[in-house]
Design a protein around this ligand. Structure first.
Ligand code: PLP
Length: 626
């Protein structure tokens, strides 16, 4: 298990138990309860929830909400801060109904609210309104309909903020507010000049597409003053970007936001809320470093930095401490979900049997290749590498001209592969690996074909080269002896995973176990709860996967609290405007023609039509039929 670094990226939620299986760990009072993921998979199988599937662990989601709120609570209490923290969950990060409902239910004890970036998301947030202390923060461009909905919620006593993206929007808000006779709560999104490290650096800085320029902020204050509504301007909003890996960026971003806040107070706005957006990172690598997939700080440090910076900046200016708001999405939901899938097949790169001597009548290059194979050692590996490729290519050349047989070619390729493997085995002994040999481990790795679609379930791997921790969920008491890359079910060369987070850094291959006859081999992709589900697409018409949510009980048992069967083939076809019923009818006519022309019997027609119907109702992924 140390091999996969789970204790670094998975703590405190995932580890390996004494049976070599990944287990989920949840706090229950003073105890920690562990459940093997494989046991949950067994339960899924019994319920016909086949692989691939997303598994959510409700307790982990609850715990994330708790630690976020409690860390801010501690930083506030210990830092002499005179106000409270109010988190909001950005709905775009995971819009799935039961994730949102759980955040609303569990989060209510902390008055944890929602951030909405569209009308649809606002409607989700409004449907969850229960508590007049939980905030709803509306970002994004808002039309009159959006604004009316927010104003009605205001009338009912809920703190719904409109964060302005443009001056035009302000005019619509003023107009709708007068028309309905309801006063809005207004926030302004500033454009931060703080540049951040990591992937999302473009969300901040002068060229950020979001937020109001400094001049536009002043204009907002002026227009509100003129409309007699300056008292409605109560929030400053700032978002530096997602997955900010460097705590120094957080500190300088907050410092800049505080100066804007003070500036708006000086303009006469009452203010009262400082929303610092998202950005709290997830350590996908477990490296604790300032790098794209990691972070150089802990949650407590993040909270203390924010609380201290705000207090230290505003105290000398004698400005009251605002309510601190953050819109942490990734850090709230990433840990609670994993994608599970089985491996369908392996393309093994091991060479076939290699004879001790070149077969009679084979080309002379075969004998040369066998010589090279016998010579590979630490002093001659580079020369052997060059020679093996040369003789293999010469054999291919002969083959092209019809002067070598298919058997010669196969043997030459196998011997060359054996030479590469012998050289690969020497690489760990080398002080420096020559550039042309660096990719040897990847070239020689196996390909494990997984029952999943990268485009549907892990789109960020394809779109932004995100890395997620991936490992087998069982057999971890056995040494994995194969090195592999992963390929998905789509016949697309982009449907591969060849970057893995392993202790010591990113690697191009993943150590895996050889498949056993008649036994499933399950892999888990962890920390996938943020952004993956709705960004996924229907490439090759692989649809939504099955999803289950489990809740772990104090006695170590678990309940399936939610289960969703993924898309059927009929579902995905209807998404692209087919009518499954019509298709069935068309196919019925094809079968009828075949009967009429005597190619099939009526009984065969029935079987064929039934197979067609059943496929339409089936799962879009690879199914095992017993
Ligand atoms: N708030 C806003 C305005 C965002 O654009 C985002 C995402 O980029 C978030 C919050 C969530 O950020 P994170 O997932 O890093 O917490």
């Amino acid at each position: 298990s140390a091999l996969y670094g789970i204790d670094a990226w998975g703590a405190p939620y995932y580890s390996v138990n004494g049976n070599g299986e990944v287990q989920a760990l949840v706090e229950q009072g003073d105890d920690t309860v562990a459940v093997s993921i494989l046991d949950i998979v067994e339960g899924m199988r019994a319920r016909h929830l086949d692989m691939p599937a997303v598994l959510r662990i409700r307790n982990v989601l609850d715990h994330r909400i708790a630690v976020l709120n409690e860390s801010f609570g501690r930083a506030i209490a210990e830092g002499g801060y005179n106000n409270v923290y109010r988190g909001v969950f950005p709905i775009k990060v995971n819009q799935q109904c039961h994730v949102i409902e759980e955040i609303a239910d569990y989060g209510r004890r902390y008055h944890h609210g929602f951030e909405a970036g569209s009308k649809a998301e606002l409607i989700i947030a409004l449907s969850q309104l229960r508590d007049t202390e939980s905030l709803v923060v509306c970002n994004g461009y808002k039309d009159a309909e959006f604004i009316d909905l927010g104003l009605y919620a205001r009338r009912m006593g809920y703190p719904v903020f409109f964060v302005l993206e443009s001056l035009h929007e302000l005019r619509v808000i003023i107009e709708r507010s007068r028309h309905l006779g309801i006063e809005p709560l207004i926030g302004v999104r500033m454009r931060s000049a703080t540049k951040v490290d990591g992937h999302w650096s473009q969300d901040s800085g002068d060229r950020s597409i979001f937020g109001l320029s400094t001049t536009a902020l002043l204009q907002v204050a002026a227009e509100l003053r003129e409309a007699g509504m300056l008292h409605c301007l109560q929030m400053l909003h700032c978002h530096l970007g997602s997955q900010v890996p460097n705590i120094r960026n957080v500190r300088s971003g907050v410092l800049e936001a505080c100066q804007f806040y003070a500036g708006l107070v000086a303009e006469g706005a009452p203010m009262g809320y400082l929303d610092l957006g998202g950005g709290l990172a997830v350590d996908y690598e477990g490296a604790s470093a300032n790098s794209t997939h990691s972070m150089n700080y802990q949650l407590d440090e993040y909270c203390v930095n924010i609380v201290e910076t705000v207090r230290e900046t505003l105290d000398p200016l004698e400005i009251a401490h605002p309510v601190l708001v953050s819109e942490s999405g990734r850090a709230t939901v990433a840990y609670s979900s994993m994608l599970l899938f089985n491996v369908l097949d392996v393309r093994d790169t091991r060479p076939g049997n290699i004879p001790a001597q070149a077969p009679e009548e084979s080309s002379e290059f075969i004998a040369h290749l066998l010589d090279v194979l016998a010579r590979v050692d630490i002093d001659s590996y580079q020369e052997c590498y060059n020679d093996a490729i040369f003789y293999r290519d010469e054999t291919r050349e002969l083959f092209h001209r019809g002067q070598a047989s298919l058997r010669d070619r196969a043997l030459a390729e196998d011997i060359c592969l054996a030479v590469m493997q012998a050289i690969n085995a020497l690489l760990p002994q080398l002080e420096r690996v020559p550039a042309d040999l660096e990719s040897l481990p990847e070239q020689l790795s196996d390909i494990y074909y997984g029952n999943f679609s990268l485009f549907q379930s892990l789109p960020d791997i394809w779109a932004i080269e995100q890395v997620f921790p991936i490992m087998p969920i069982h057999r971890l008491d056995e040494e994995p002896r194969r090195e592999a890359i992963l390929a998905d079910l789509t016949c697309d060369c982009d449907g591969r995973i060849d970057q893995f987070t392993l202790p010591g850094g990113l690697r191009n291959t993943l150590p895996l176990h050889a498949l056993r006859e008649g036994e499933d081999y399950y892999l888990g992709v962890f920390l996938v709860g943020a952004y993956q589900e709705t960004l996924g697409d229907l490439h090759n018409l692989f649809g939504d996967t099955n999803v289950v949510s489990v809740s772990i009980n104090p006695d170590g048992s678990f309940d399936f609290v939610r289960e969703f069967h993924g898309d059927s083939i009929a579902d995905v076809l209807s998404y692209v405007e087919y009518e499954p019923k019509h298709m069935q009818e068309q196919f019925r006519k094809v079968a009828e023609d075949a009967v009429r022309s005597g190619r099939i019997s009526v009984a065969e027609r029935q079987r064929i039509l039934q197979a067609f119907r059943e496929s339409l109702q089936g799962y879009t992924y690879f199914e095992h039929h017993s």
